[in-house]
Design a protein around this ligand. Structure first.
Ligand SMILES: NC(=O)c1ccc[n+]([C@@H]2O[C@H](COP(=O)([O-])OP(=O)(O)OC[C@H]3O[C@@H](n4cnc5c(N)ncnc54)[C@H](O)[C@@H]3O)[C@@H](O)[C@H]2O)c1
Ligand SMILES: [Zn+2]
Ligand SMILES: [Zn+2]
Length: 382
């Protein structure tokens, strides 16, 4: 089969690879019909996540058609159209029993923190991903569900990560009626977090980024106020000024490890790999909310420490909430929101790349060229 293959930072190839096979009775093999590139894939692309191995196939957002099932699979059969959450999880361990699917204990030898993720670094289990013609889906009775007839394929693929994560970001903000919510980052996750904040009762939603075309999308798609942080000497001060000098009630970090806006943080992270991520947006969030506020962290950071302003968070009495999104837990509610038009995920799709051109897709998304917000990947066998 054809698959995206990692050959080192910034080196994405499409190569011939063995088609995956059933390795366990509860596996399924899925023929991928649509995949996507996530902001998290960019951390891999830039060589920022430890233990990203040469030869690995990325891709944790995908939908497809069941090609083959293992002998114990009961819920799926060949020919079924399925959407697959980005988390791999067993459904029965201590964590899964409590809905913490992203922290499943049975799917990752490094399971002290995160569980399993398709197509990510080996810190998340080392499973090949869906930027390929076929993918092996472990625990096939647990994660995937049939794509409802009424659902558009582009909404379905965005429901495997970006949409549930944005929604989860707003949920973790514990928004109460009338709250002012500041969302850092106007990528797919931040845009959905901003749109979702209204559903949870926000009275004001402010999105911060430095890419004008994405801020424009935040205004038209999420009806948010926007601030370009390069327009202000001190974005924290500006946010305070705009919130009665108290600060916002809720902040959502939808930026993560590669935040811009502070040269020292950037150099110590991207160049010297001294931090698990540059927490510029997280520190802005901590500084710009009011005392007693909630900061929700959806942006991904690597395993080692980052220079987070923890003392300020402590002394302000902040609540910090965060996790990799437990995607399937969000689905029942999200299916309703998408069906009713309250959430409109596919409106953020800007690009569709054939699998053979995936290197261009990574480049365009990474360099934020051509108005790129969310690139999809279309495998040739589809
Ligand atoms: N928790 C989860 O389950 C989960 C799931 C998906 C993605 N993520 C993470 O969420 C983050 C966002 O993902 P995405 O797909 O939207 O990525 P993206 O790269 O498209 O978007 C990030 C945005 O942040 C902006 N930005 C950079 N520095 C900033 C700063 N200091 N302040 C404000 N904005 C800044 C960028 O210009 C960009 O528009 C990534 O870190 C990704 O790894 C987490
Ligand atoms: Zn992702
Ligand atoms: Zn589990």
């Amino acid at each position: 089969m054809r698959a995206m293959v990692y050959r080192g930072p910034y080196k994405m190839r499409v190569e011939e690879k063995h088609k995956p096979t059933i390795e366990h009775p509860n596996d399924a093999i899925v023929r991928v019909t649509l995949a996507a590139i996530c902001g998290s894939d960019l951390h891999l692309y830039h060589g920022l996540m430890p233990d990203t191995r040469i030869g690995h196939t990325f891709g944790h957002e995908f939908i497809g058609v069941v090609d083959e099932v293992g002998s114990s699979v009961q819920n799926l059969k060949p020919g079924d159209r399925v959407m697959v959450p980005f988390n791999i999880f067993c459904g029965s361990c201590w964590y899964c029993a409590r809905g913490l699917y992203s922290n499943c204990h049975n799917v990752n030898p490094n399971a002290t923190a995160v569980g399993g993720i398709y197509g990510y670094s080996h810190t998340t289990g080392g499973y090949d991903g869906g930027q390929a013609e076929f993918v092996r889906v472990p625990f096939a009775d647990v994660g995937p569900v049939l794509i409802p007839d009424w659902m558009h394929d582009e909404d379905a693929v965005l429901l495997t990560d970006a949409t549930p994560t944005g929604y989860f970001g707003a949920q973790c903000g514990d928004i109460v009626q009338g709250d002012t919510v500041v969302v850092f980052g106007a990528g797919p996750v931040g845009l959905v977090a901003a749109q979702s904040s209204w559903l949870m009762g926000a009275g004001r939603v402010i999105v911060v980024d430095h890419l004008e075309y994405r801020l424009e999308k935040a205004r038209s798609f999420a009806h948010a106020e926007t601030l370009n942080f390069t327009d202000y000497g001190d974005i924290v001060l500006e946010l305070k000024r705009q919130t009665d000098w108290l600060g916002a009630d809720v902040a959502i970090d939808a930026v993560g490890a590669e935040a811009d806006g502070n040269l020292l943080q950037h150099v110590t992270t991207a160049k010297f790999k001294l931090q698990g991520g540059s927490p510029v947006a997280l520190n802005w969030a901590i500084d710009s909310v009011r005392k007693g506020a909630t900061v929700s962290v959806m942006g991904a950071y690597g395993p080692i420490f980052s220079a987070v302003k923890f003392g300020d968070a402590m002394n302000k009495g902040l609540t910090l909430r965060m996790n990799q999104c437990p995607v399937k837990r969000q689905w029942p509610r999200l299916f309703e929101h998408v069906r009713n038009g309250h959430l409109t995920p596919r409106e953020i799709v800007t690009h569709r790349f054939p699998l053979e051109h995936i290197a261009e897709g990574y480049h365009v998304f990474s360099a934020k060229l051509d108005g790129c917000i969310k690139p999809l990947v279309v495998p040739t066998a589809a």
